[in-house]
Design a protein around this ligand. Structure first.
Ligand SMILES: NC(=O)c1ccc[n+]([C@@H]2O[C@H](COP(=O)([O-])OP(=O)(O)OC[C@H]3O[C@@H](n4cnc5c(N)ncnc54)[C@H](O)[C@@H]3O)[C@@H](O)[C@H]2O)c1
Length: 396
């Protein structure tokens, strides 16, 4: 089928695009390359040396891959071009990765907060609006986040896949039950943008019967999929800096360069994780199992395991002999939280989870060691504070 991969030059989108092309789909990547530009603005580079889009796509074809198209387009700002692209390509599905995805970056300044909301919410709305205007029947698969549920206490309750069944009391004392979107509890402007996306999906599914799958993804770890390993020019990006680096990949990279593992706060924060190979597989499963016409938004929890940050650090320290450093927390968040997650939808569709114990932690450390000389240690600390209180704590 014809699939547009919005944000297909990014960390999750690139291996996904390769996988879909490898599965025989006709893939077009749509990206404005803003992520590469943010690297330049921040003065950082991916730990792994990523090739230009042209070289990536050329290498893919040289290694026998089915050609992947590329369109340079800003989803949030170029509505008319987006509409024309949909009409020209008439895709059966669109996978939407094209958002500013770092919570710390979204909290860096007023400009970063505004950019994150403008970019993410406008981009998602432009896509939905353009699909309606085009009159096409397109399945939208969006990459959301587990963070929409919030990282506060769930009092031991299992987080359902998107919808919560509630009992509503009536004046006569009777009750009715209803399924509602799980209450949103964003912990950053980035997470807030994803909760706003959810409402856009709810509305366009209800009003225009758009077919939408929203994947509430956990923190992705690992770097390459098998296909990214076929040629050095296909290598995936590896973010390690204080804004874009995510916790487990940062620990593994820090261990590789003998940098004390940066635990912020108590380390009692619990987060959901998924390996990049499973992330790619989940998108494929979601595309293969679209909602029926008229069905409400399908929401899957795209994660395979939950871990406490301090336990993760200890696991990596035990594996590599690293030290763990407990640092002031730049985030305004709960000291600790529980996170019990229902992820049966993907398991029922046949996902076989890759876990931390599958030996792939070492693979990430090996990659980080190979490119250790590219690391700028000054970029490792997290300097983006959620409020003035946190700013004073990290810079006393
Ligand atoms: N990486 C993770 O751990 C993780 C976890 C949960 C959810 N997600 C979600 O998955 C998606 C992809 O994340 P990622 O890690 O690949 O991020 P990324 O920043 O590496 O990739 C995003 C891509 O989208 C492009 N983009 C951004 N705004 C655009 C716009 N307006 N028009 C066109 N292209 C645009 C960027 O240039 C980049 O190539 C995001 O929506 C993110 O919220 C990621």
């Amino acid at each position: 089928m014809k699939v547009l991969v919005l944000g297909g030059d990014g960390f999750c989108g690139w291996p996904c695009a390769l996988n879909l092309a490898d599965q025989g789909h006709d893939v077009v990547i749509v990206d404005n390359l803003s992520r590469r530009k943010i690297d330049v603005d921040l003065g950082v580079t991916s730990l792994t040396p990523i090739a230009t889009v042209e070289d990536r796509l050329g290498a893919w074809q040289e290694t026998g891959g089915q050609p992947i198209g590329f369109v340079l387009l800003d989803l949030a700002r170029e509505y008319e071009r987006l509409l024309q692209l949909l009409r020209d390509e008439a895709p059966e599905a669109v996978v939407h990765f094209a958002e500013q995805r770092a919570a710390p970056y979204s909290m860096k300044s007023a400009a970063c907060k505004r950019y994150t909301i403008d970019n993410n919410v406008n981009g998602t709305h432009n896509l939905l609006c353009a699909i309606v205007e085009s009159g096409l029947d397109v399945h939208v698969v969006h990459l959301g986040t587990m963070g929409v549920y919030g990282y506060g206490s769930h009092r031991g309750a299992t987080i359902p896949e998107g919808y919560l069944t509630v009992e509503v009391p009536q004046p006569d004392g009777s009750r009715f039950t209803e399924q509602i979107l799980h209450p949103a509890n964003p912990g950053s402007v980035y997470h807030m943008s994803k909760t706003l996306d959810q409402l856009l999906f709810f509305y366009y599914s209800k009003n225009d019967a758009l077919r939408i799958t929203d994947l509430h993804q956990g923190i992705v770890w690992g770097t390459n999929t098998e296909l990214c390993g076929k040629d050095p020019r296909l290598i995936n990006r590896f973010d390690y800096d204080g804004d874009y680096g995510t916790v487990l990949n940062r620990f593994l990279m820090q261990a590789a360069i003998n940098y004390p593992l940066t635990v912020h706060g108590t380390g009692g924060q619990t987060r959901a994780f998924i390996h990049i190979r499973d992330s790619v597989k989940c998108v494929q499963l979601a595309l293969d199992n679209p909602p029926a016409p008229g069905e409400k938004v399908k929401i899957f929890n795209q994660m395979t395991e939950s871990h406490q940050v301090a336990h993760l650090a200890q696991k990596v320290a035990d594996m590599t002999g690293s030290q763990v450093a407990y640092l002031p927390n730049p985030r305004n968040e709960a000291r600790d939280n529980d996170l019990i997650v229902d992820n049966r939808c993907f398991l029922d569709l046949g996902l076989e989870p890759t876990t931390l114990d599958d030996g792939l932690l070492t693979e990430v450390v090996d990659i980080a060691r190979r490119y250790a000389e590219r690391c700028d240690r000054r970029r490792i600390p997290c300097t983006s504070a959620w409020t003035r209180t946190q700013a004073e704590a990290i810079n006393p």
